[in-house]
Design a protein around this ligand. Structure first.
Ligand code: ZN
Ligand code: ZN
Length: 409
């Protein structure tokens, strides 16, 4: 396992964030992942990082804070936190975020307290998230397990066994095996994804139609000059990187006012520590006009109520049902994995890179092109084994994109 973790750290540093000689690397990580973070730090210096700065966090400490501090404290984003992020932006630092979700941990925290805190934090650090979302520097999201998460995925196992099994699943889904060279494996994988993107981009679709037996019947117009992306990306200053490990998705930008119909979720959505299950959304001219959920409907309502843009779509992503993550058959209760096992949509902000010259446009210019803006970007899954997707070109010609959950070309 040690060798696989070292390989994973090397993959994250070299292919994922691709830290450059002398560059600052920031690692956001939970204390539970300290052994793995040490491997990341070592690999980063070996790859030539100029400085590695670790910003530790702990979900339990955060939970106590959400439960107990004064309301004014919830909304008071400290100036030194903002200064730290400003420093990262000014230095052109790249960022690895190690996520380690605790599904359901925050279920006893009142939703409005979570909402207040996250809204204040999003507003105060907007300059930073916009910087990263526009690929002004390389960034990477990867995951490491914790005991609670492992027990959620493997409820019948003892914690130590569950942890080991979850690491194994994460590494397998990330194409890191005892016997392979994950860097070479990833270069191959990214070539394949680039080929799919090239085909999708070649078709210049105006609209996509999604249909399955669960009740999804949705049409999504795409913005003019949209770009299908996924797998490898390139930062504004020309450094190639892979922002998600693992990744299987081809994604692009929906036209803000162009979604119509119903979408039914196929996996639970872990939002602000609450698990929203069996939900659907109905869109009219891009906006969610009706929704329901069998569990945690209030959390879904909070999500939709964040701001004006949180009721509109910012991303549409195609993922084959037959993918390595999907084939594990495991529900990870985590977007990084579950979104790469299933077609998904995101409520909220769009990615500027998904429209031609997007990263050079101002917010107002992007809005004019139909790019949704929001403080949030939350993915939810709706792919299934029987998903049919048809693309329609400007001249009305239709092309089958997905047949039985997989690419038809
Ligand atoms: Zn996505
Ligand atoms: Zn997304």
């Amino acid at each position: 396992m040690k060798t696989r973790l070292e390989k994973f750290a090397g993959l994250a540093v070299k292919v994922g964030v691709n830290v450059q000689k002398g560059q600052l690397l920031v690692i956001n990580a939970p204390v539970d992942a300290k052994e793995f973070v040490r491997l990341l730090v070592k690999a980063a210096y070996e790859a030539g990082a100029g400085n590695v700065m670790v910003r530790w966090n702990d979900a339990i400490v955060n939970k106590e804070w959400y439960l107990h501090v004064d309301e004014t404290e919830l909304e008071d984003v400290k100036s030194w936190v903002i200064d730290q992020l400003k420093y990262v932006v000014d230095k052109g630092g790249c960022v690895i975020s190690v996520t380690s979700p605790n599904p359901g941990l925050l279920k006893d925290v009142p939703g409005n307290r979570l909402q207040k805190a996250s809204l204040a934090a999003s507003k105060a650090t907007k300059f930073y998230s916009e910087h990263m979302m526009a690929n002004k520097a390389q960034w990477l999201v990867i995951a490491a397990p914790n005991g609670d998460w492992a027990k959620k995925v493997y409820p019948d196992q003892e914690e130590s066994v569950a942890l080991e099994k979850l690491w194994d699943a994460i590494l397998t889904a990330s194409r890191v095996l005892e016997t392979n060279d994950p860097v070479a494996e990833w270069n191959n994988h990214m070539d394949k994804m680039a080929r799919n993107n090239a085909i999708l981009n070649g078709h210049r679709f105006k609209k996509l139609y999604f249909k399955n037996n669960l009740g999804t019947d949705l049409s999504i117009e795409l913005v003019k000059d949209h770009i299908w992306a996924g797998g490898g990306e390139t930062s504004v200053n020309g450094v190639p990187f892979a922002p998600n490990i693992p990744t299987e998705e081809a994604f692009t930008m929906p036209y803000k006012y162009g979604a119509n119909g119903k979408v039914v979720s196929t996996k639970p959505l872990n939002y602000q520590g609450k698990l929203i299950e069996d939900f659907y959304l109905v869109f009219k001219d891009g906006k969610v006009v009706e929704f329901d959920a069998k569990k945690e409907k209030e959390a879904l309502a909070n999500l939709l109520d964040t701001d004006e843009g949180s009721k509109y779509l910012g991303e549409v992503a195609l993922v084959e049902h037959d993918s390595p993550i999907s084939n594990t058959g495991i529900l990870f209760y985590n977007t990084l994995f579950d979104e790469n096992a299933s077609c998904h949509l995101a409520l909220g902000a769009s990615y500027a890179m998904n429209v031609k010259d997007g990263t050079t446009l101002t917010k107002e210019e992007l809005e004019k092109r139909g790019a949704n803006q929001s403080l949030i970007h939350v993915d939810f899954m709706f792919g299934s084994a029987d998903m049919e997707i048809v693309g329609e070109k400007a001249n009305g010609e239709k092309v089958v994109i997905f047949k039985n959950g997989n690419f038809a070309f």
